[in-house]
Design a protein around this ligand. Structure first.
Ligand code: ATP
Length: 363
């Protein structure tokens, strides 16, 4: 399969930049997810990779060959469309055979290849059915199989699950992840859905306003967000972000904000404006005054309970801390009355600090 290198890739429409200097490498066998909010340039980037759109500047390399201006057909990349674009009047077998017929392959070669590929994605028992007789997930597999018969260097997918209902989306997501593992193929997949990205990707490229905000494994993005944007985009409820100030006293660094106090590592730091990030699952909720409410290290946020939301398996408690509303995950069996005075605590390793001006992570 393929190793794809994007080098300073940019694209503008009528002088408005939409993708800005994106450089990244997709290794052979990667499942790369291009993730970001609507309009951040994901589809534009994928279309440049597919050869459906020319970059304004920058270059693209596939297995060491410059393909920046190569036509789509010459790239050996298979685009799997949202609608799956299956021919409704043809059986699954005929849908799979179609790309080979176009290439005028010999009949017995076509039959053999269709059988092999159908076996690879486990649709051998569906070959005589028409697309309308298949589930959404099965259709997805047929669409991938049809791309697979051409032996592409990589699969490109643009929000392929967005037409499915929630239950089917989960099932199809799992199927796609399993398929990727089984085939060991390179996948490049566009979505704005963080759960799809977290569950399927081996690598996530998080885009923001056309720029690459962070590139890494799902764990790296989740555990060590490189910016305020990354911290806010991944996670549900979102990371709590609180404006704070850093100061050094007695050798330790103190983070201060209204009703918030946190002691970090020891060392010197210039006083500076920061954003403190804490995920809702990393906060512990205590009644004010309880012995557990006074952590010796880490952060303590003091405030009152404002609202609780029952998610079924757990609850999210929203607390008023200074001017901020802070979300905390809590077990279902705890009752927190509105107005209760509380302390939220978090350990030092779970505190993320970002420079307020640039939004970038402070190490
Ligand atoms: P979504 O998740 O909503 O599909 P996206 O991240 O895929 O968004 P793109 O489709 O790449 O975003 O679009 C990025 C920006 O470029 C948008 O502001 C869009 O309006 C603009 N854009 C895309 N294609 C064109 C075009 N052909 N002409 C002019 N502007 C375009």
């Amino acid at each position: 399969m393929g190793r794809l290198v994007l080098n300073q890739l940019s694209r503008s429409f009528k002088n408005v930049p939409v993708v800005k200097n994106v450089s990244l490498t997709v290794e052979d066998g990667d499942f790369l997810v291009l993730l970001g909010p609507s309009g951040c340039g994901k589809t534009t980037l994928l279309r440049m990779i597919a050869g459906l759109l020319e970059p304004t500047s920058g270059s693209l390399e596939l297995d060491g060959v410059d393909i920046t201006t190569a036509p789509s057909k010459k790239r050996d990349l298979a685009m799997v469309f949202q609608s799956y674009a299956l021919y409704p009047h043809l059986s699954v077998a005929k849908n799979l055979a179609f790309p080979l017929k176009v290439r005028r392959a010999a009949k017995q070669d076509i039959t053999k290849r269709v059988e092999t590929v159908a076996g690879m994605v486990e649709i051998g028992h569906l070959l005589e059915r028409k697309p309308k007789e298949l589930s959404g997930g099965q259709r997805q597999r047929v669409a991938v199989a049809r791309a697979l018969v051409r032996e592409p260097k990589a699969f490109l997918m643009d929000e392929p699950l967005s037409n499915l209902d929630a239950k089917l989306r989960t099932a199809t997501r799992q199927e796609l992840a399993a398929l990727h593992q089984r085939l060991g193929a390179t996948f490049i997949y566009v979505t704005h859905d963080q759960v799809e990205a977290m569950t399927m990707a081996t690598k996530i490229a998080l885009l923001n306003g056309g720029q690459l905000e962070q590139l890494g494994t799902p764990e790296e993005l989740y555990d060590t967000p490189a910016s305020v944007f990354a911290a806010g985009f991944l996670g549900s409820p979102a990371t709590n972000l609180i404006d704070a100030e850093l100061s050094t006293s007695g050798g330790s660094i103190t983070v201060m904000a209204p009703s918030v106090e946190a002691v970090l590592w020891t060392g010197e730091t210039p006083r500076r404006d920061v954003v403190l990030g804490i995920r809702p699952e990393h906060l512990n909720l205590h009644a004010a005054g309880s012995s557990a409410a006074a952590p010796s290290a880490g952060a303590a946020l003091r405030g009152t309970v404002e609202l609780s939301e029952n998610l079924g398996s757990e609850q999210v408690i929203y607390c008023r801390i200074g001017e901020k509303r802070v979300a905390v995950r809590a077990p279902r069996n705890q009752r927190w009355e509105t107005g209760t005075a509380v302390v939220l605590s978090a350990d030092t390793p779970h505190l993320h600090l970002f420079d307020r001006a640039s939004g970038r992570r402070l190490e």
